[in-house]
Design a protein around this ligand. Structure first.
Ligand code: ADP
Ligand code: ZN
Length: 746
């Protein structure tokens, strides 16, 4: 293996102090440290982390402790400039080379590179391959290569760029160079492509949880989209938001309609003149236009951290795209909202488009993707769980506290009879034909429909034909989906989305097991845009809002003077911390997250000045402490984060209330309260185990759970004769897990 001679053996141990001094952060985010250690050990690595997880830092910080120059390949010119601006504001010697620079400037920077003045150099892949650039690199002492947005190398990804393919030539030219590839795209196919195309050697692959705890997901029935969007945006008129629309025309219409109602909105799509496009984008980045109405062409390379909401005014084509687009909200970790306006009409429109795809296989894939999208929109369970499940990740809790369905749980009812009808219909069809069919057809048979397929397959002769006439067809489809979620039926993954019975389903059919399902509300989601605002705010940093506004004004002035976007000066997170701790001296100011030494020097006086002046005219407010983000367990667990509702429970617990009391107070079940506390335990909160069970019970549970590998606690519950509640079991598991994770403090 290649080990760099010129890095100091303890270079990795310098990382925490540099993190503090340069970037102003106290702790690493999940996987950051591990990725940096691999990179500094000279290994190839792939970092697959969701948007906002802090990928950039993974190559920026090692670049500072390493000798020589770190070369960063980045796909977009705008993105490059943005990153370099941010680096420079933090006092890091970073630069970029691209076609926007004058010859004189290019010569100046090249001379600087030869003289070893820079630690980081950003380039686009085109430049890397042009002329004798690779040869030039030899004179610049390049010691590491980082490939940002590495999914661009894959045709299977959503942003394929042929130029990325040639990056392997860099590897041939500099076989010794360790490579770090970074992306937010999770699919295994793309991951594999990255490793192969970049010719990575024995690469270490880091994959974080794709959960975005600070994003709240919700779906409302679409009905006069412009009005709904306006209502939502109007309530957040000081905040930045992206509104995705299907067509170029509708982005412009939406932006015009919002402008007419007094909101600063611009349009963005690939059909605009380049000048107008970049003007609109710039206005958005600089917090001048608060809203951008865009097609999916807008997004990649938009580094803006303080996008507070993303609305999809039309149904996206697939969940992968939906996840990426909503992912542009809340990069800074503060709460943000993702709203989807859904109508079956939109789905029908898209189905029509699909019919025009001539390749049958492509059509079926697109169809199946659309099915998944609709399934998400009509889901009555946790949306976070549904989204993560699509990427093969299990959501560990039962209530995420950050989606409409978890916050407004729907009523369940006994649907055993109806479930029997659906299950038996699926069973009969399979028995008769020897193959499976889609849910839509099952609903047709139940409803006694006379469709072409019913006639072709002779399904009118089935005993289940027409036994479901009393309910609308859509309800049968919805019920079928619930049965799939309950594990009683399965949808095939072959692109045809046919439905079949699982072993459990077959049993349920034979034994007439009770089946409880969620009662359908008037329309899917069952809430309007305004009640949606009640969603919990995970990641929130309560602060003096008026002071925050004043600090924002100062930030904008400083940013304009330097011709950079406001977030280059400070993130909203930093400003919110300032507006709750009121720092008036350097030692306090530098303790604000995101304040490093250089920013203290450049901006400290100005911000502290505003704060001092503020306090001379306004009372100082006090705030409850934030959930400890720095606990050792929290650092190790990619998925743990206390959501708003769990936090609320924790506060009540800290007030000295017990579980029953909190349940009553919050109008939730004791099971829910116990699962909140279990989450808090996992997040590293100090809670006394003895408040929940005796030592004797603990021993019993430990013995019963000893070699229990399944997710379901039911067998354990039964093994213990039902006298230890599920809540206790869950709590015990949380404490056990924490015991296992506990590491000696360093
Ligand atoms: P990504 O590229 O993964 O989308 P970024 O690199 O843009 O994410 O980082 C998102 C935000 O998180 C930035 O504002 C960054 O400064 C911040 N950040 C990164 N690492 C940390 C950390 N260890 N502690 C606090 N904030 C961090
Ligand atoms: Zn949820």
């Amino acid at each position: 293996m290649y080990v760099q001679k010129n890095i100091m053996p303890d270079s990795s141990s310098q990382l925490p102090s540099l993190l503090r001094q340069i970037f102003g952060y106290e702790t690493f985010r999940p996987l950051q440290r591990e990725i940096m250690d691999a990179a500094l050990a000279g290994r190839d690595a792939v970092a697959i982390l969701p948007t906002g997880a802090g990928k950039s830092l993974c190559y920026q910080l090692p670049a500072l402790v390493r000798d020589g120059l770190t070369l960063v390949v980045s796909p977009l010119i705008a993105l490059m400039k943005d990153q370099v601006d941010q680096m420079q504001a933090a006092g890091v010697a970073a630069t970029f080379l691209n076609s926007t620079l004058s010859d004189a400037e290019l010569r100046r920077r090249t001379a600087g590179l030869v003289a070893g003045e820079f630690k980081l150099l950003y380039v686009a892949p085109e430049r890397l391959m042009a002329g004798d650039f690779l040869r030039q690199l030899r004179a610049w002492n390049v010691t590491a290569l980082a490939v940002d947005e590495a999914h661009c190398i894959s045709e299977w990804g959503h942003d394929f760029r042929p130029e990325y393919r040639r990056l392997a030539e860099v590897r041939d030219e500099f076989p010794q160079l360790p490579v770090l590839a970074l992306t937010a795209t999770a699919t295994p196919r793309v991951r594999q492509d990255i490793v192969e195309q970049l010719k990575l050697r024995d690469a270490e692959i880091f994959i974080a949880s794709f959960n975005r705890p600070n994003l709240a997901y919700r779906v409302i029935p679409k009905d006069k989209a412009v009005r709904q969007v306006w209502e939502f945006a109007h309530e957040r008129s000081g905040e930045s938001g992206i509104i995705y629309c299907q067509s170029r025309r509708s982005t412009e219409a939406m932006a015009a309609a919002l402008r007419e109602e007094g909101l600063a909105a611009v349009a963005y799509h690939a059909g605009l003149e380049p000048e107008e496009r970049s003007r609109n984008q710039e206005a958005f980045l600089r917090d001048e236009a608060r809203i951008v109405c865009a097609t999916v062409a807008f997004g990649m390379g938009i580094n803006k951290p303080n996008v507070r909401y993303v609305i999809h005014a039309d149904l996206p084509k697939n969940l992968e795209g939906y996840y990426q687009e909503t992912g542009r909200a809340g990069r800074d970790g503060l709460p943000a909202d993702c709203l989807l306006l859904f109508s079956r009409g939109d789905m029908m429109k898209q189905l029509k488009f699909l019919d025009e795809i001539s390749n049958e296989q492509e059509r079926e894939i697109a169809r199946s993707q659309l099915d998944h999208m609709v399934e998400y929109a009509e889901d009555t369970g946790c949306r976070r769980g549904s989204l993560l499940g699509y990427f093969g990740e299990k959501w560990p809790g039962d209530n995420c506290g950050g989606c409409d369905n978890c916050l407004n749980p729907q009523e369940t009812y006994d649907a055993t009879l109806e479930a029997q009808k659906v299950l038996s219909c699926i069973f009969r069809i399979q028995q008769k034909n020897g193959f499976n069919v889609g849910l839509q057809h099952v609903a047709d048979v139940l409803g006694g429909g006379n469709t072409e397929k019913v006639r072709r397959w002779g399904h009118a002769s089935l005993t289940t034909y027409g036994v479901g006439r009393e309910r609308p067809r859509t309800e049968w489809v919805a019920l079928g989906r619930q049965l799939v979620r309950l594990g009683l039926a399965k949808i095939s993954q072959d692109g045809f989305s046919t439905v079949s019975l699982s072993a459990d389903g077959l049993n349920a059919l034979k034994l007439r097991t009770t089946v409880m399902v969620v009662r359908p509300t008037a329309k899917s989601g069952g809430m309007d845009a305004s009640s949606a605002t009640a969603v919990a705010r995970a990641g929130d940093i309560p602060c003096d809002e008026k002071l925050f506004e004043a600090l924002r004004v100062l930030r904008k002035e400083l940013a304009d003077a330097r011709e950079v976007p406001p977030y280059v000066i400070f993130s909203d997170i930093s400003l919110r911390h300032m507006a709750r701790s009121y720092p008036q001296e350097s030692e306090q100011f530098v303790a604000v997250p995101g304040v490093g030494l250089k920013k203290l020097e450049d901006f400290g006086a100005a911000f502290m000045g505003v704060i001092t002046e503020w306090l001379s005219a306004h009372p100082r407010q006090t705030f409850a402490p934030l959930a400890s983000a720095a606990s050792p367990v929290r650092k190790m667990r990619a998925e743990s984060a206390l959501t708003g509702t769990a936090l609320e429970t924790l506060h009540r617990w800290r007030e000295g209330r017990d579980v029953d009391d909190i349940a009553k107070l919050r109008d939730l079940t004791t099971g829910t309260i116990e699962s909140h506390i279990a989450l808090a335990v996992q997040a590293g909160e100090q809670i006394d185990e003895r408040s929940f069970y005796s030592e004797g019970e603990e021993g019993e549970m430990r013995a019963a759970l000893a070699d229990h590998a399944e997710l379901s606690l039911k067998p354990i519950f039964e093994k213990l004769g039902g006298h230890v509640s599920y809540g206790k079991l869950r709590l015990f598991q949380a404490f056990e897990e924490r015991r296992k994770m506990a590491v000696p403090q360093d």
